[in-house]
Design a protein around this ligand. Structure first.
Ligand code: SF4
Length: 363
């Protein structure tokens, strides 16, 4: 494929230009001052970018818009493929300007929607239950790319379901969010700023495997819901699932989580992947009760989602019920996550951009 000089110039320009979706309000104010524009234009500009384009043409001068277009990249990642599961879950393959791709999933739930965002291209944590982990880490996403994923999925949803409310966010796609803490923190600031994306703090959930250097920074982030991938109350077993936990022991991770200020009726979610013949015995139920019984904890049970080449097995629904009952008996708060999008490998731990997905894509 040959690219014209103009196309190449456009690609290079957007590679060095800062994404408009990576700017906080303070950044916008500084930029407007640099452009010699009045600060009073800011609310119209942000309304136009994040809510209604019509506001831009009505209230922002074309000259200023032209100047901003030379300074910032306003493009969103391109949807190169999409697959829709029978339960309504949609998995998008999104391409960034350098040609790398991630998967972003839109999940329907009782007339509301949630977008599962990626924070890295691939992932370096190598968890043994995760398809993404088999891909290795290619690079971190920028805050603009993280916000861009959300806006691309939201735009798609708006066309399909015009009356849909703004989707919530879970950082549970490709990547360990706290391994890319600075960019994820900035993205959260943009998501929760009422003048920018304007989501409520409780609409965002950050899920981590317990990457301690990132966890130690979490207290400085805007408030969000936090979920820890626990998967076993026993350190040595957990290491088989999450190799990095060898460097970041569970006791240190839990101590760090205990320091997070929680709102009334807010819990830390402990995700527990249920794997047949591995982590679903009475001993595990007792271990979980010892570990979490005195904490503000919600245990989220997730039946393992198989992927090609996986070494673990999914339990039957009867086995899930027995384990759940054992936890409830021990006075733990428990919920079982219904698997969404498993038919299109869009469920937890199944995301990995691959040729097969592209070939089976429905566009
Ligand atoms: S589970 Fe999360 S942290 Fe572990 S390999 Fe997969 S994407 Fe990375």
């Amino acid at each position: 494929m040959f690219l014209t000089i103009q196309v190449l110039t456009a690609i290079l320009a957007s590679m060095i230009m800062r994404s408009a979706y990576s700017l906080s309000q303070v950044d916008w104010m500084a930029l407007l001052a640099d452009c010699g524009a009045s600060p009073f234009v800011l609310p119209f500009l942000l309304d136009g970018i994040y809510r209604s384009e019509a506001v831009l043409t009505k209230h922002v001068s074309p000259l200023l818009l032209e100047e901003l277009r030379h300074l910032l990249d306003f493009s969103l990642p391109t949807i190169t493929a999409q697959q829709e599961a029978p339960d309504g879950t949609v998995k998008f393959q999104l391409r960034f300007i350098d040609g790398l791709e991630v998967e972003t999933v839109l999940i329907p739930f009782h007339k509301r929607f949630t977008v599962c965002l990626s924070t890295q291209v691939g992932c370096g944590m190598n968890c043994s239950f995760c398809y993404t982990g088999t891909q290795g880490l290619k690079r971190n996403l920028t805050s603009g790319e993280i916000v861009g994923q959300y806006l691309a999925a939201k735009r798609w949803l708006k066309i399909k379901t015009p009356r849909a409310l703004a989707p919530s966010i879970v950082f549970m796609g490709q990547g360990e969010p706290l391994h890319n803490a600075s960019e994820v923190e900035q993205a959260i600031r943009i998501f929760t700023d009422p003048k920018l994306v304007d989501l409520g703090h409780r609409q965002l959930t950050l899920s981590t495997v317990g990457y301690l250097p990132g966890l130690q920074r979490l207290r400085g982030f805007p408030k969000v819901n936090v979920a820890l991938s626990l998967h076993s109350p026993f350190e040595e077993e957990r290491r088989l699932l999450i190799p990095v936990s060898e460097r970041f022991p569970l006791t240190a991770v839990l101590q760090e989580l205990d320091q997070l200020p929680l709102l009334p009726r807010q819990f830390i979610t402990y995700e527990y992947l249920m794997i047949r013949d591995f982590n679903m015995s009475l001993r595990h139920a007792e271990g979980l009760a010892d570990l979490l019984g005195h904490r503000k904890a919600l245990v989220n049970l997730i039946p393992f989602n198989p992927f090609p080449g996986a070494r673990w097995q999914r339990p039957s629904m009867d086995e899930v019920d027995v384990f759940r009952a054992a936890l409830v008996e021990r006075k733990l708060r428990v919920m079982v996550r219904t698997t969404k999008g498993a038919e299109i490998l869009a469920a937890c731990g199944q995301l990995k951009v691959n040729k097969l997905a592209r070939e089976h894509a429905t566009h």
